[in-house]
Design a protein around this ligand. Structure first.
Ligand code: DX5
Ligand code: ZN
Length: 243
């Protein structure tokens, strides 16, 4: 990219962020608490609690024990949650070859369905994104920390969201990787050119101390598991993320 274009796209990012500044100077964002850190024996209670606390979306982590070294929950749980809340269900599939299951997750009630670019061959990832959209669901890709931003290029125009992982997927409660910020900024710049409506979500180790950094770099949706569920005042935590 010529230097003048890089400068222009930086200006456009800054202008875009300016429009999101509130009077208090903070940048606005949505918060999607991850129910991986909820009490699985009381999911309905915890979801109603996050509604009362003003959360925007519910982030649902699906792990298959193959793509990541952990197993969490699956289609029946998404189906059970659907009638419990009107909040968008933001379903993060950490599963191998997700094309096998996207239809079932959409039917179960997902509003947003995120697949990992590392989970299948590129053509299958493209086909999976098409399939998700054809089913009337918002489609997203996710990049693990060691996956460079360039890997997202073939998918930029087929996505409604890009999820940048700031921990290795598989477990909650890990340390936030601040060195992922240039990746977010790079993706935001490319998206501004080809798909400006596509949003960037950040997932992993997000807390009150690093949320502003994520937003400054172009993230508009912040996932928080441990930091939300461990907060002594969850409503105040939600407001801090949303600023
Ligand atoms: C990790 C999951 C995250 C996790 C975030 O693989 O994708 O959504 O629940 O949890 P915290 O906020 O505790 O890092
Ligand atoms: Zn997640």
């Amino acid at each position: 990219m010529p230097i003048c274009d890089i400068v222009l796209s930086r200006i456009s990012l800054n202008e875009k962020l300016m429009t999101k500044h509130k009077e208090n100077g903070f940048i606005m964002a949505k918060i999607a608490p991850s129910i991986l850190a909820a009490d699985f024996a009381n999911l309905e209670r915890d979801i109603h609690d996050l509604e009362r606390n003003g959360a925007d979306w519910v982030h649902v982590d699906i792990m298959d024990g193959i793509f990541v070294p952990n197993i969490s929950i699956g289609i029946p749980v998404v189906q059970a949650l659907r009638p419990v809340t009107d909040l968008p269900l933001d379903v993060h599939l950490m599963i191998d070859r997700p094309i096998r299951y996207v239809e079932e997750f959409v039917k179960a009630g997902a509003d947003w369905l995120t697949i990992h670019v590392e989970a299948d061959q590129p053509q299958n990832i493209l086909d999976t994104l098409d399939k998700i959209r054809e089913l009337g669901c918002k489609a997203a890709i996710s990049l693990k920390p060691r996956t460079p931003a360039e890997v997202a290029i073939p998918y930029l125009e087929k996505c409604d969201m890009i999820l940048v992982m700031t921990v290795e997927p598989g477990f909650g409660g890990q340390k936030f990787m601040a060195d992922m910020m240039p990746k977010i900024r790079q993706l935001r710049e490319w998206l501004d050119d080809v798909n400006p409506d596509c949003v960037i979500e950040v997932d992993g180790g997000v807390d009150a101390g690093n949320c502003e950094l994520c937003k400054e770099n172009g993230a508009e949706v912040l996932v928080a598991g441990s930091a939300y569920f461990k907060a002594t005042d969850r409503a105040a935590f939600v407001k801090t993320i949303q600023a």
